[in-house]
Write a protein that binds this ligand. Sequence first.
Ligand code: UD1
Ligand code: CA
Length: 476
Amino acid sequence: MTQLDILIMAAGKGTRMKSRLPKVLQRLGGRPLLHHVLDQAAHLQARSATVITGHGAAEVEAATHQAAAGGAKLVFVRQEPQLGTGHAVQQAVPHLRDDGTVVVLSGDVPLTEADTLRALVAAGGGEKLALLTVTLPDPTGYGRIVRNGSGSGAVQGIVEHKDASEAQRAIAEVYSGIMAVPARRLAPWLARLTNDNAQGEYYLTDIVAMAVADGVPVVAHSITDALQVAGVNSPLQLAELERAHQQRQARALLEQGVRLADPARFDLRDDVRTGVRGELVCGQDVEIDANCLFTGRVELGEGVQIGANCCIANARIAAGAVIHPYTHIDGEKLGASVGEGALIGPFARLRPGAQLGREVHIGNFVEVKNSTLADGAKANHLAYLGDATVGERVNYGAGAITANYDGSNKHRTVIEADVHIGSNCVLVAPVTIGAGATVGGGSTITKDVPPGSLGVARGKQVAIANWHRPTKQPKT
Ligand code: UD1
Ligand code: CA
């Protein structure tokens, strides 16, 4: 097997994105386009991945670390100014070894499958020039594959759209922008390129005719799936490829047995904040309703049900738990976990460090942050639990909150097992409510409540007899 070196052209400007961000750093599934392409280097077990940068070079380089290329050695080469694709590859040649096969890719073509590239490399066999081609209903703008004879013979060359004759423009087979070249052939061919063409550019595609002239066999590996070679030039194309990418992920989950209510309304993304890869690990009989968004690594245990319109990031949901609609769970760096058989939502919010035991109930408009709730604890309505340790079977009333922040520091609230916290209580941390204690509704608790006792801290109710409401004064 020939050694592979990947070359990624990423110097272009991407004017039509109308964005400050360099095009190859625009995100698909939360991951920069360029990183999708670098994934190929990892999948193909390439020896190196050379990225040719130009527009926004410093930004592209800063956003791309070795890890993005897996085991392939990541190299950056700058192309200044950008004089065409042939000129781009010329910049990289001094950094390439000449004993392998060079696979040329574009930083803005994210959905190529590794199997397609393997087949392309196999077609080239280390000796031939292999072109990935696709037949398009509308080939406008692409380089056309010019063949011998009546058009079905051997490949003669590639002619760019702007340089093509009317007859050549009728050719529907186009060059995808992806080729595999025997490395030792590259330098001599590139040295012979001229910019004598409609765009005044050095075209990489001109090496095809040189190969034919030099007697080096040229093979076209044709695919029918245009998505695999589709580039991103505009926000519309980016959005279209995003949908295609999401549908691919959705299909893979359906094939594993996950029941997605609608694969067209499903999203799984990398976590931009932490760089954690988008990964949804599901047990058997998981059901996910429409319009859910998963970010980073999310694990759903057997039989978990996710209601419509939930956003879940970096979290583990154990078997049998039910997440009702419109719930937001974001573990961020700390993670969040939901125990077996728990019921969460609708309209619940679990933040980093929320760790919920079995059969915990978190109802509507309840926020939990950096808190542990033991098995069977319940907070069913309109409440806040921050920096709290909550024991088994605690019942936390509607409107109760932990006042965990004194303006400078955060403090913990400990609520031991079997405590009942009445409605609308403020637990001013640090404070401990002993096991089995009860806190009367409306209390502001600033001191520990001993186990088994009733803690009440509110104004006493009085009744003033024969009370007359003020009457309206006549206007003067
Ligand atoms: C290129 C091919 C065309 C093919 C099409 C497929 C050439 C001459 N033409 O055309 O046959 O059908 O891709 O999409 O190769 N780039 C650089 N430096 C440069 C110029 C381009 O790095 O000086 C990069 C771009 O950022 C882009 C890639 O090379 O990632 C392709 O360049 P682009 O201008 O989009 O090529 P096309 O004109 O579309
Ligand atoms: Ca161009």
